[in-house]
Design a protein around this ligand. Structure first.
Ligand SMILES: [Zn+2]
Length: 237
C-alpha cells in the first residue's frame, strides 16, 4: 500500500539537510558536491517554483497567482511543494534543502510539517562568511555599455581594465552590483539568516562551518558533519 511505503519513508530513515549561507557564501558549489557524494538531491526552492509553474500543476498555478500580484508565496504553499518533492523516488534517502527556510516562522513551520510525517531536519549546515568578504565576492561584476558583456574583477577580468574585450565599449557597474547596494541588501538577508541559524542552534542540529577556507576543506567538514548521522551514506570518490 502506498501509505505504508510513505510512512516508512518518513519514519526517520531519510536524511533531511538544510543548507544555510548568505549569497556569495559558496552554497551552490557545496550543494552540487554534497548531492554527488551523498546520493541525495539538491532541492532548491526557487527551482521548485519554476518547475511547478512550468508544469502547470495546481500548486504551481496557486504559487503563480501570488507572484503575479507581487506577493510572496505563502509558506504553506512552499512547504507543500517541498513535502511533495521529498516524496519523489530520488529523495527516498533524503534531500538537501536550499532556499527555505528563510526566517524563524518558516523554520518552525517546516519543523512542524516534517514532524507530522515522522521526519525532521537532521542537520542545518551553516556556511559562515563575514559581511565584508561577501561584499567583496559579489561586487566585482561589470558589464559593457554597448552589448552587456559580463566581466568580473577577479574571476573574469577584461584584458584592458575598464574596456570590453569584444567591442571596446566602456565597462560600467550597475546599481545592483555596486558594493554599497550589495551591503544594504545583504544586511537584511543576514538578519533573516541569523533567525534561522538561532532556531536550528536551539533545536540542536546546527553546525557552523568556516566559509573562508578553500572549497575542498569546506566540503570535507560538511561531509564529516553529515557522516555522524545514522543512515547517512557518504559515497567514496
Ligand atoms: Zn562588450
Amino acid at each position: 500500500m502506498g501509505s505504508t511505503r510513505q510512512s516508512r519513508r518518513f519514519a526517520g530513515e531519510m536524511t533531511v539537510i538544510v543548507l544555510l549561507g548568505a549569497p556569495g557564501a559558496g552554497k551552490g558549489t557545496q550543494a552540487a558536491i554534497l548531492t554527488d557524494r551523498l546520493g541525495i538531491p539538491h532541492v532548491a526552492t526557487g527551482d521548485l517554483f519554476r518547475a511547478a509553474v512550468r508544469d502547470g500543476s495546481a500548486i504551481g498555478l496557486e504559487a503563480r497567482r501570488h507572484m503575479e500580484r507581487g506577493h510572496l508565496v505563502p509558506d504553506e504553499i512552499t512547504i507543500g511543494m517541498l513535502l511533495a518533492r521529498l516524496e519523489a523516488p530520488d529523495a527516498i534517502d533524503g534531500a538537501i534543502l536550499d532556499g527555505f527556510p528563510r526566517n524563524r516562522p518558516q523554520a518552525e513551520a517546516l519543523d512542524a510539517a516534517l514532524a507530522d510525517r515522522g521526519s525532521q531536519v537532521d542537520r542545518a549546515l551553516h556556511i559562515q562568511v563575514p559581511l565584508d568578504e561577501l561584499v567583496r565576492r559579489l561586487s566585482g561584476r561589470w558589464i559593457c555599455r554597448d552589448a552587456g558583456h559580463v566581466y568580473h574583477e577577479e574571476s573574469n577580468p577584461p584584458r584592458v581594465s575598464g574596456v570590453c574585450d569584444l567591442d571596446g565599449s566602456p565597462l560600467i557597474q550597475r546599481d545592483d552590483d555596486r558594493p554599497e547596494t550589495i551591503r544594504v541588501r545583504l544586511t537584511g538577508q543576514l538578519d533573516s539568516l541569523a533567525q534561522v541559524v538561532d532556531h536550528y542552534r536551539e533545536t540542536g542540529v546546527l553546525r557552523d562551518i568556516d566559509g573562508l577556507r578553500p572549497i575542498d576543506a569546506i566540503t570535507h567538514e560538511l561531509l564529516a558533519d553529515v557522516a555522524e548521522l545514522p543512515g547517512a551514506g557518504v559515497q567514496p570518490w
